[in-house]
Design a protein around this ligand. Structure first.
Ligand code: BEZ
Ligand code: FE
Length: 294
């Protein structure tokens, strides 16, 4: 009988190594873990066969994974970036049976404990030159009724395309805030127009993008995370409608429903913008994600 010590090339050609590996998972206590490991094994083995992967190439891949781990710190999460540029995070969002096109990936820049800010207040916490933007949000249930008391975290990159934790010129928590919806489910704040930005490219994922001759840009957007007991946590992003990278987001996060209308008005020759947006929350289990960075 074949076991892992007697397997040879012929056995591999018949796919028996794959079956032997899958069989070795038979005692896994957690059924879901077993299912995921089985599927990963089948697909990874198929990729190794299809490409004729060499041992040297496998070594390169292993060194790459190690470098991803080594590049991850308390302020930067390279592994999330890796999942994102392979489209895995967006795919996992779509996999959620409740996904209706209005949710998006969390990304690596969400921080817990954004400053609680009164509705209508500003999230500009240090000098941030840019075009003024007013955001008026409305959180409703599936029947269209406003939901009071929802905690809404917002975060965005500056007009220079950097989050505050990437940029020494911005103060702590600049362009981040937490709002609580009023009795009608409304919240709002003042800020500046976000800019599109490159995802961090200083690590191995940046090197991979360069090899692939892919640009590293995300189209301009603001992130929203809405949270209230009894409702599914809503994690989303609203994109600026005329960004040049809307159809080539490096992390594949744009869907039609996520494109906003950042409406421009001009007063005394000065451009100002307003985003009005309704977000629907569904009843269900509440959970806060693990913050990718401290
Ligand atoms: C973000 O939108 O903040 C983001 C998402 C994925 C990778 C990098 C940044
Ligand atoms: Fe972002």
């Amino acid at each position: 009988m074949l076991d892992s010590t007697t397997l040879d090339r012929e056995a591999d050609e018949a796919g028996m190594i794959t079956e032997a590996v899958v069989a070795s998972f038979s005692q896994t206590g957690d059924a879901r873990l077993r299912e995921v490991c089985e599927a990963l094994t089948r697909h990874l083995h198929a990729a190794v066969r299809e490409t004729g992967l060499t041992r040297e190439e496998l070594d390169t891949g292993i060194a790459f994974i190690n470098a991803v781990g080594q590049a991850t710190t308390s302020t930067h999460n390279e592994a999330i970036l890796l999942a994102d540029v392979f489209g895995l995070t967006t795919l996992a969002c779509h996999n959620d049976e409740a996904w209706e096109g209005d949710e998006a990936l969390l990304g690596p820049f969400w921080r817990m404990h954004s400053p609680l800010t009164p509705n209508g207040g500003s999230i500009i916490r240090s000098a941030t030159p840019g075009r003024p933007l007013e955001v008026a949000g409305h959180i409703v249930d599936r029947a269209g009724q406003g939901i009071a008391g929802v905690e809404v975290d917002v975060w965005q990159a500056s007009p220079c395309g950097l989050y505050e934790n990437q940029d020494d010129t911005q103060s702590e928590m600049n362009l981040r805030g937490k709002f609580i919806t009023d009795a009608d489910g409304r919240f709002g704040f003042e800020t500046v127009m976000p800019a599109g930005y490159p995802v961090p490219t200083h690590g191995p994922v940046g090197g991979l993008l360069a090899h692939q001759q892919r640009h590293p840009f995300r189209p301009a957007h603001i992130h929203f995370l809405a949270w209230k007991d009894g409702y599914r946590t809503l994690i989303t992003q609203i994109f600026v409608q005329d960004d040049e990278h809307l159809t080539s987001d490096v992390v594949f996060g744009v869907s039609d429903k996520l494109v906003g209308t950042y409406a421009r008005s001009d007063t005394d020759g000065e451009a100002a913008y307003r985003l009005e947006r309704t977000f629907t929350m569904r009843e269900g289990e509440t959970h806060l994600p693990h913050p990718p960075i401290a």
